[in-house]
Design a protein around this ligand. Structure first.
Ligand SMILES: NC(=O)c1ccc[n+]([C@@H]2O[C@H](COP(=O)([O-])OP(=O)(O)OC[C@H]3O[C@@H](n4cnc5c(N)ncnc54)[C@H](OP(=O)(O)O)[C@@H]3O)[C@@H](O)[C@H]2O)c1
Length: 628
């Protein structure tokens, strides 16, 4: 198969003033390719902006005057190239006569012809070159996923793959209607390039990529349009404007993942034609978590990263007062591109953040900042333990040290079962210690919190069993932990007073031996406590040993001070239940329920860690429930 490499000669990219085209050039030069960058008009404002950007990249030769509506205008650009990455297209938002002076003036006709007639010009130039071995055509999910008239309504969980075609299940007259011009153009152009590749007798082949909504960092201002413009509008406090002002689902693919997959496809020796659904690859979905509702989920993500911004909102009610219906978009996961090409799909959070950050950097948007303290500011107030728990992860993802510090109750302590303790007296101390560098060095991009479960609760203290998983840029889990969070309410505000981490957790591992050992340590502790043998209690601890109260944390540096404390632990009788609540290979959180001496119940968590082959207690937190 005609796999290409940077050593074989230059490659050409069409539509380089566009979002995908600009990124395609960047991806290729970063991988060592010599690139012929085809643009339509270097003197238009988009052309100038694009040329200004491309001139800063190495190994780029700009070829001006390449118009899909001008036969022969790509011949010189393709001559001597090994591959063509065809991303140029006439799109609905740029199909008027001003944007398409060589078009007919009929938007849907020009959208259709820009694909079919324009790509015939591309094919003619490939055939004339005698050097091009591979065409990479950027089609669209619009050629794969039907409109709402097809499967979507009957099966919202349907997973669209390379065997699906948008015309299936649609009445011919509906399919032929002008509003389907874009989808028809993409379907017919895919057929056209496949037939032309077959007709070349093996001189060149064609591979098609079918991306969903392409988003990601803006490289230069002329790229702004379509979905990235709408995300920028929300961040700038404006309503969305295209394709309508209404809320909808965003099925996002990151442009960086798309252009990387296109390059990998070009470099792959696989016989693409014999793969599932033929030589096409759907590129939709960010690990199955890409179809996000714009007005709620996408907006919430923008708020997470930019909490001070006043955000715009897509409309959910029509001007006549009718509530609009927002349909789910089905299951999204580009399994074939991942397995055949080795394509990687980054977390959607990273994509959305990149759109907003680069839009600000390039001066495309000027967000308005809220006067009132937003959630996540230093005066944030968390009305429930779970509120504070989830803000802990949002602030961490935003890498905002002060906001992260604001989630804690002070003094704050973190105890790692197998290693040790870090404590912070003030938010300032916590913030100045916060750094993401070590994590980033491991490839970390973001962490996601586990669904928390309340182990024990009272009106002002809660033990929340949670944890996290860290992900890399390919949205792959790189490290997980299980942590019991001790949340306290000081005044009206919940905050995290302590974290007890098992720090040795792998999903799917069996930790029963560790759990049994840790439970036995806590059983021995309780029996020694009951018999007044405080020496024995103290011998069962690592030092420093931490006890977490409400608004206070005690650290016992040695057995002598701990013994005194245990002697004063007169509030609990023998334990009625001792069980492992969270487990790892070197740390276990043990939950204990004991009857209180004055009635009621004392519920505790014990962090038991294996340090230097000794399983001992590193942390204790108790909640007294007088009614329990
Ligand atoms: N954006 C999406 O979410 C999305 C989703 C699925 C598929 N796609 C497909 O992906 C490809 C790239 O889309 P995009 O969003 O990156 O597009 P874009 O940013 O709008 O860029 C379109 C490019 O096509 C060029 N172009 C327009 N009319 C032309 C003509 N008559 N002759 C030559 N070039 C012309 C534009 O050049 P000028 O600057 O000169 O106008 C521009 O470089 C298209 O095939 C599109 O259908 C896009």
């Amino acid at each position: 198969m005609p796999a290409i490499s940077p050593l074989d000669g230059p490659v050409a990219v069409t539509g380089c003033s566009g979002f995908t085209g600009g990124h395609m050039v960047r991806e290729l030069v970063l991988q060592g390719y010599q690139v012929r960058a085809c643009i339509r008009d270097a003197n238009s404002w988009r052309g100038k902006d694009c040329v200004d950007y491309l001139n800063r990249l190495p190994r780029v030769e700009i070829v001006d005057g390449c118009d899909l509506f001008t036969p022969g205008s790509y011949h010189a650009a393709f001559n001597g190239c090994t591959a063509v990455f065809h991303t140029a297209a006439v799109l609905g938002n740029s199909a008027n006569l001003e944007s398409q002076p060589l078009g007919s003036g009929d938007t849907s006709m020009d959208v259709f012809n820009g694909g079919v007639i324009g790509t015939q010009n591309i094919i003619d130039a490939i055939n004339a070159s005698s050097s091009v071995r591979r065409l990479l055509y950027t089609s669209s999910m619009a050629a794969v996923r039907g409109s709402r008239h097809t499967r979507r309504t009957s099966a919202p969980d349907y997973e669209w793959t390379e065997t699906d075609w948008a015309y299936e299940g649609i009445e011919p007259e509906v399919w032929e209607s002008p509003r389907n011009a874009y989808a028809r153009s993409k379907v017919e152009t895919e057929r056209l390039v496949n037939a032309a590749a077959d007709a070349s007798g093996g001189r060149w082949d064609a591979i098609t990529m079918a991306p969903a909504m392409i988003c990601g960092p803006v490289l230069f201002r002329a790229q702004v349009g379509q979905w990235i413009e709408q995300l920028g509008r929300i961040a700038a406090g404006l309503p969305t404007a295209w394709p309508s002002k209404y809320d909808m689902y965003y099925d996002i693919i990151d442009v960086r993942d798309l252009v990387k997959a296109q390059r990998l496809a070009a470099e792959s020796a696989v016989d693409h034609g014999s793969t599932h659904g033929g030589p096409r690859y759907v590129m939709h979905g960010t690990g199955g978590h890409s179809a996000l509702r714009l007005g709620t989920e996408v907006r919430a993500l923008i708020h997470e990263y930019f909490p001070a911004f006043v955000l715009g909102e897509p409309a959910t009610v029509t001007s006549s007062g009718e509530r609009i219906t927002v349909e789910a978009n089905g299951v999204n996961d580009c399994k074939k591109a991942k397995s055949v090409l080795g394509a990687t799909i980054r977390p959607v959070e990273d994509t959305i953040r990149a759109v907003i950050e680069t839009s600000i950097e390039l001066g495309v948007i000027e967000p308005k900042r809220s006067e009132a303290p937003a959630t996540g500011s230093r005066t944030a107030s968390f009305s429930s333990p779970e509120d504070a728990y989830w803000e802990f992860f949002r602030a961490d993802r935003a890498q905002d040290a002060e906001r992260w510090a604001d989630v804690m109750s002070y003094p704050h302590v973190r105890v790692a079962a197998p290693t040790g303790t870090a404590s912070f007296e003030t938010p300032e101390a916590y913030a100045s210690n916060a750094s993401w560098d070590a994590r980033k060095a491991t490839g970390w991009v973001l962490s996601r919190g586990a669904e928390p479960v309340r182990l024990h609760e009272s009106p002002d203290k809660v033990h929340l069993a949670g944890g996290w998983t860290r992900y890399n840029i390919d949205n792959e889990p790189i490290l997980s932990n299980r942590v019991t969070y001790v949340l306290t309410r000081l005044g009206e505000r919940w905050g995290i007073q302590a974290r007890f981490g098992v720090d040795s957790f792998d999903e799917g591992e069996n930790y029963e031996t560790a759990a049994a050992t840790a439970v036995e340590v806590v059983e021995r502790f309780h029996s020694a406590l009951g018999s007044g043998d405080f020496e024995a209690c103290a011998r069962l601890c690592h030092y420093p040993m931490t006890e977490v109260g409400i608004g206070e944390v005690a650290q016992f540096e040695d057995a002598a001070t701990a013994r005194e404390r245990f002697a004063a632990m007169t509030d609990r009788n023998a334990a009625s239940e001792i069980r492992a609540a969270q487990m790892g290979s070197r740390g276990v959180v043990v939950s204990v329920t004991a009857r209180g001496q004055a009635g009621g119940t004392v519920n505790s968590v014990f962090l038991v860690g294996n340090r230097e082959e000794q399983w001992r207690i590193a942390g204790i937190s108790a909640i007294t429930d007088p009614q329990g």
